[in-house]
Design a protein around this ligand. Structure first.
Ligand SMILES: Cc1cc2nc3c(=O)[nH]c(=O)nc-3n(C[C@H](O)[C@H](O)[C@H](O)COP(=O)(O)OP(=O)(O)OC[C@H]3O[C@@H](n4cnc5c(N)ncnc54)[C@H](O)[C@@H]3O)c2cc1C
Ligand code: FES
Length: 315
C-alpha cells in the first residue's frame, strides 16, 4: 500500500505552460511542463496530492471577458498561492507533463485563464497526502461531485497504468449536464451517443453520470447512484474501496453510505488553504481519535487532503 505521498523532495519549481484550453462553460484544461528537479519531483506526484500555484503576476483578462458575477472580485490582489490537484501526470524522458482542470471562480482562477503557451509559472509541490489503495482491493469506485473529478482522473490514470487487475468504475455527478467538467461530453449527449466520459473511457473505465435535474444520466444525486450501484453489485465488500472528491456535503453522504455498508472509503477534503505547508492552521479538519470520544484537529494540507472517511467529523 502506498503512503499517499511521494518520496521525492517537494520544492518551488518553475513550470512552462504548454497549452491552456477552454473545454466547457467556465472550465479550462492547463497543460504544464516541468524540467530538471521539477520533472523528478512531479513524476512521483500521488493522485490526490496538490500543488500551490503563484498567480500573483499573471494578468487579468480584459474587462469584457470577465463574467458579470466576478467583476467585483476580479480586481482583488493575489497575496496567497492557490491549491490545485492534477488530473493527469505523465513523465516522458527528462520532462514531466501535468494537466490541471480548473474552473474560473475568482481572481486567481480568472488570471489563470490568460496563461498561454511559453509562459512560466511558480508551483510548489508535491504537497499533502493522496489516495492510498490498500493491497488486496479489487474494485475502486471513484465518486466525484462537480469540480471534484480532477484527482479522480489522475487516480484512474495511475490505477490503470499498474495493470494489476483492479477494476475501476467512475461515478460523476453535477447539478446539470453543463456543469460536468468533461471535454466533449455535451457533444456526445447532443448526438445521443450515450454517456461514455472520454476522460475515463481512454483508460478503459466504465463511467456513470448523475445530474440533479436529470439532464444527463441518472436523475438524482451521485450518492443515490452510488447506493444503487452497491445494491446491485454482488462483489465482496472487503474487495471494494470508495475514493471520493467533491463538495463536503457530498463527501459526508458518501462517508455515511460507506460506514453503513462497512466499505473502506477515502475522501479528499478540499479546505480553503493559505500556506499549504502546515504553518498557518487555516485548514483544520476535525478528526476522531480511534478508541475514544475525543476529537483532534488535523491539517488538511499536511495530514490530508485525503483522509480515511471514518476519521473525519463532518459538520
Ligand atoms: C487540495 C485542493 C485541490 C484543489 N484542486 C482544484 C482543481 O483541481 N481544480 C479547481 O478548479 N479547483 C481546485 N481547488 C480549488 C481552488 O483552489 C480554488 O478554486 C481557488 O483557490 C480559487 O481561487 P480564486 O482566487 O479564483 O477564487 P476565490 O475568491 O479564492 O474563491 C472563489 C470561490 O470559491 C470558493 N473556494 C475557494 N477555494 C475553495 C476550496 N478549497 N473549497 C471550496 N470552495 C472554495 C470560495 O469560497 C469562493 O466562494 C482545489 C482546492 C484544494 C484545497
Ligand atoms: S494551509 Fe496553512 S496549515 Fe494548512
Amino acid at each position: 500500500m502506498s503512503e499517499g505521498y511521494s518520496s521525492s523532495a517537494k520544492g518551488n519549481f518553475e513550470a512552462m505552460v504548454c497549452s491552456n484550453r477552454q473545454i466547457g462553460p467556465g472550465f479550462y484544461r492547463l497543460r504544464l511542463q516541468f524540467t530538471q528537479d521539477g520533472a523528478m519531483a512531479f513524476a512521483n506526484f500521488v493522485p490526490g496530492q496538490f500543488a500551490q500555484f503563484d498567480l500573483s503576476k499573471t494578468a487579468l483578462p480584459s474587462p469584457d471577458a470577465v463574467p458579470h458575477e466576478l467583476h467585483d472580485a476580479s480586481g482583488r490582489k493575489i497575496l496567497l498561492r492557490r491549491p490545485f490537484s492534477f488530473a493527469e501526470v505523465t513523465p516522458e524522458g527528462d520532462v514531466t507533463f501535468a494537466e490541471l482542470l480548473y474552473c474560473a471562480v475568482g481572481p486567481a482562477t480568472l488570471r489563470m485563464t490568460t496563461l498561454s503557451a511559453g509562459d512560466q509559472i511558480g508551483v510548489i509541490g508535491p504537497l499533502g497526502r493522496g489516495y492510498r489503495i490498500p493491497d488486496g482491493k479489487k474494485t475502486v469506485l471513484l465518486v466525484g461531485g462537480g469540480m471534484g473529478t480532477p484527482p479522480l482522473q489522475h487516480l484512474a490514470q495511475s490505477l490503470t497504468a499498474c495493470d494489476d487487475g483492479i477494476n475501476v468504475v467512475s461515478l460523476a455527478g453535477a447539478k446539470t449536464a453543463e456543469a460536468l467538467p468533461f471535454e466533449g461530453l455535451l457533444d456526445e449527449l447532443s448526438q445521443n451517443l450515450g454517456f461514455s466520459v472520454p476522460e475515463f473511457a481512454k483508460y478503459g473505465i466504465e463511467s456513470l453520470i448523475a445530474t440533479d435535474d436529470g439532464s444527463a444520466g441518472y436523475h438524482g444525486l451521485v450518492t443515490d447512484c452510488l447506493t444503487e450501484w452497491l445494491e446491485e453489485s454482488d462483489l465482496p465488500i472487503d474487495d471494494i474501496i470508495i475514493c471520493a472528491c467533491g463538495p463536503e456535503p457530498m463527501l459526508a453522504s458518501v462517508a455515511q453510505i460507506a460506514a453503513e455498508k462497512n466499505i473502506d472509503c477515502q475522501v479528499s477534503m478540499e479546505r480553503r488553504m493559505a500556506c499549504g505547508i502546515g504553518l498557518c492552521q487555516s485548514c483544520a479538519v476535525e478528526c476522531k481519535v480511534a478508541g475514544s470520544n475525543e476529537t483532534i484537529y488535523k491539517m488538511c494540507c499536511q495530514d490530508g487532503p485525503v483522509f480515511d472517511a471514518k476519521e473525519v467529523v463532518f459538520p
